[in-house]
Design a binder for this molecule. Structure first.
Ligand code: 5GP
Length: 139
């Protein structure tokens, strides 16, 4: 069963496509958080960011880099929030990697990316050191 975004890629269901190349596609979100809310996807189906092969990840970033100014300029936005919900626990509903480009406007009442987390942890310096070392060893 292919994802709804694969069906858009295949042209099986309609979407307002704003950019397409060999490996990526961008189209307007059907339930926009702001005018111009755009999704950028790899054409092939990968569930999470770390499932994407490096060359496709490069292409995906190139498309995001191209689309952010295009989206902001098209709706005269002051800024944009650019984000992935990476996994179900983070709010990902469609299991096909997609980048949200959400135009932002002065006084739009929205929050910063810091607002996405629940309770924030109170971490000691040694815990932060340990976490940093652990990430560094895996990077
Ligand atoms: P997620 O929560 O998985 O990060 O976001 C999925 C996004 O896909 C939502 O913002 C939702 O509005 C959008 N979406 C879901 N179904 C469709 C669809 O059929 N067409 C388009 N254009 N967007 C969709």
């Amino acid at each position: 069963m292919s994802t709804i975004f694969s069906q858009i890629v295949e042209g099986e269901i309609p979407a307002r496509v704003v950019y397409e190349d060999e490996t990526t596609l961008a189209f307007l979100d059907a339930n926009p958080l702001a005018p111009g809310h755009t999704l950028v996807v790899p054409k092939d189906e990968y569930e999470r960011l770390n499932d994407i092969p490096e060359d496709v990840a490069d292409d995906l970033y190139d498309t995001i880099h191209r689309l952010v100014p295009a989206v902001e300029d098209a709706v005269d936005a002051d800024a944009s929030t650019v984000a992935f919900n990476n996994g179900e626990a983070a709010g990902q509903e469609v299991p096909h990697v997609h980048c949200h480009i959400v135009p932002r406007f002065e006084g739009d009442g929205g929050g910063p990316i810091h607002a996405v987390a629940g309770e924030t942890p109170d971490l000691e310096d040694d815990e932060l050191d340990e976490i940093a070392e652990d990430i560094e060893s895996r990077a």
